[in-house]
Design a protein around this ligand. Structure first.
Ligand code: AMP
Length: 402
C-alpha cells in the first residue's frame, strides 16, 4: 500500500466489519472496526484520496425472514455506522446498496477526504458466488483496491477476491491489518523460534485435523485440550463417559498419536473437570481422563493438566493457540482456558512470540483483557486456521497475482 501511487484516487477498501450485534443492534465487540482504522487513516492522509468501503455483515441470505425476504434492519451495515464514525473521527456517508445507481452516483461525487460505506455485500447472492459481473460492478466504484479483510480472505467471494482481478498490480495491495496477520502467521510457518508449542483445543478433531497434521511437522510440543481430547483418549482405549467423542475420528486421532511418537512431545490433558450434565450448575468432579464415569462428561481440563501444560508453555519461544481448553462460556468450566491464557501471557512477557488464532481462543483473550499482553490476536478464525494449515488464501492470491 505504501508503495503504490494512490494520491488523488478514489480507493475501494474491503474491510471486515462483520462484528457481533446485540438484540438492540448495538455492536458488542468493535475489535474488527478498530483494527481497520490505521489503514483507513493512512489512506485519508494521502492528498486527494476518498474512500469507498465494502464489507459483509453476517450471513443475511442464510437467515431470511419468514416471508423469504432479507432482514435488512438486522443485517444492515448502518448498524455499525456510529462506531465507525467515532473511531474514524469523521463523517461517513452511506449507500443503501453496494451496486446500482445511488452507490455509483455517491461514489463518483466523493470529494477528497470523504468516506462512503456501502451496504452489506452479502445482500446479493452474487457476492458469495464470486460472480464476475457483480465483481466488475463493484470494481467500477473506485480506481484502486485495498484488501484489509483478513477474516474473509479464505473465501473466493466477489468483494474479497474476484474484484482484485480488475485492478493492475500497481493499483491493488493489502491493508495494514492483512499485512500484520500474514506476517504473524509467517513467523510460525517459516523458521519459528524454538521450542515451538501449538496449543490446540475446541470441540472437534474434525475441524482441526489438517492443523494437527501440519503442526506435527513443525512444532516441538503439541498440547491438545478441549472437547477434542476425548477422541484421543478413546483412541488410547480410555473410558470417557458421556464426553464429546467423534467416533469417525478415533482412527485419525490414533494416527496422530502414532506419528507424534518419538518426533514431538504430544501432551494430552491428564485429568478433567467432569460434570453430570451440560450446564454450569451441574455436579462436578475431578477425574482421570482414562477413567471417566459412565454418567459424567469432561467439560474442562483439570489441575494436573493445567500444571503440565503451563510448564511446557513456560519454556516455549513460539506459541500458537487455537481453541479453548473447555466449555469456557460457562464460568464453572472456564478455569482451564483462562489458566492457559495466563501461561501464554507469562511466556510472552519472557520474550516468546505468541499468536492467538482467532475464534474462541481470541474471545477468551478479549474476555480477560489480555489482547495487549500477547504478541498477536488474529481477527480471523477460519482464515487463520487455513493459513496455518498451509493453504493459499484466495483473497491473498488475487492481490499478489498480476
Ligand atoms: P472450536 O470452535 O472448534 O474452537 O470449539 C469451540 C467450542 O468448543 C466452544 O464453544 C467450547 O464450549 C467447546 N468445547 C470446548 N471444550 C469442550 C468440551 N470438553 N466438551 C464440549 N464442548 C467443548
Amino acid at each position: 500500500m505504501q508503495f503504490l501511487n494512490l494520491v488523488g484516487k478514489r480507493i475501494i477498501v474491503r474491510v471486515d466489519f462483520n462484528v457481533p450485534l446485540d438484540s438492540n443492534l448495538n455492536v458488542t465487540d468493535d475489535t474488527r472496526i478498530k483494527e481497520s482504522i490505521p489503514t483507513l487513516k493512512y489512506l485519508l492522509n494521502l492528498d486527494g484520496v476518498s474512500l469507498v468501503l465494502l464489507s459483509h455483515l453476517d450471513r443475511p441470505l442464510k437467515k431470511l425472514l419468514p416471508d423469504g425476504t432479507i432482514d435488512v434492519n438486522r443485517f444492515s451495515l448502518k448498524n455499525i455506522l456510529p462506531n465507525l464514525t467515532d473511531l474514524l473521527g469523521c463523517e461517513v456517508l452511506f449507500a443503501d446498496d453496494c451496486i446500482g445507481e445511488p452507490a455509483e452516483t455517491l461514489a463518483k461525487s466523493l470529494k477528497p477526504g470523504q468516506v462512503l460505506l456501502l451496504e452489506n455485500t452479502r445482500f446479493h447472492k452474487e457476492e458469495e458466488k464470486g460472480d464476475e459481473t457483480f465483481s466488475k460492478k463493484l470494481a467500477g466504484l473506485g480506481e484502486a483496491y485495498i484488501n484489509d479483510a483478513f477474516g474473509t480472505a479464505h473465501r473466493a467471494h466477489a468483494s474479497t477476491c474476484i474484484i482484485a482481478n480488475y485492478f493492475p498490480k500497481n493499483l491493488k495491495a493489502f491493508g495494514f491489518l492483512m499485512k500484520k496477520e500474514l506476517a504473524s502467521a509467517k513467523r510460525l510457518l517459516v523458521n519459528p523460534d524454538k521450542p515451538f508449542t501449538a496449543i490446540i483445543g475446541g470441540a472437534k478433531v474434525s475441524d482441526k485435523i489438517l492443523l494437527l497434521e501440519k503442526m506435527i511437522d513443525s512444532v516441538d510440543n503439541m498440547i491438545i485440550g478441549g472437547g477434542m481430547a476425548y477422541t484421543f483418549f478413546k483412541a488410547l482405549g480410555g473410558q470417557v463417559g458421556k464426553s464429546l467423542v467423534e467416533e469417525d475420528r478415533i482412527e485419525n486421532a490414533g494416527e496422530i498419536l502414532k506419528k507424534a511418537k518419538g518426533k514431538i512431545k504430544l501432551l494430552l490433558p491428564e485429568d478433567s473437570i467432569a460434570a453430570n450434565a451440560f450446564t454450569n450448575e451441574a455436579q462436578t468432579m475431578n477425574v482421570d481422563n482414562m477413567f471417566i464415569p459412565d454418567d459424567m462428561m469432561g467439560l474442562d481440563i483439570g489441575p494436573k493438566a493445567i500444571a503440565s501444560f503451563t510448564e511446557t508453555i513456560a519454556s516455549s519461544r513460539s506459541i500458537l493457540w487455537n481453541g479453548p481448553m473447555g466449555v469456557f462460556e460457562m464460568p464453572n468450566f472456564s478455569k482451564g482456558t483462562f489458566e492457559i491464557a495466563k501461561a501464554v501471557v507469562a511466556a510472552t512477557e519472557r520474550g516468546a512470540f505468541s499468536l492467538i488464532g482467532g475464534g474462541d481462543s481470541a474471545a477468551a483473550i478479549h474476555q480477560m483483557h489480555f489482547e495487549d499482553k500477547v504478541s498477536f490476536v488474529s481477527t480471523g478464525g477460519g482464515a487463520m486456521l487455513e493459513l496455518l494449515e498451509g493453504k493459499e488464501l484466495p483473497g491473498v492470491k488475487s492481490i499478489l497475482e498480476g
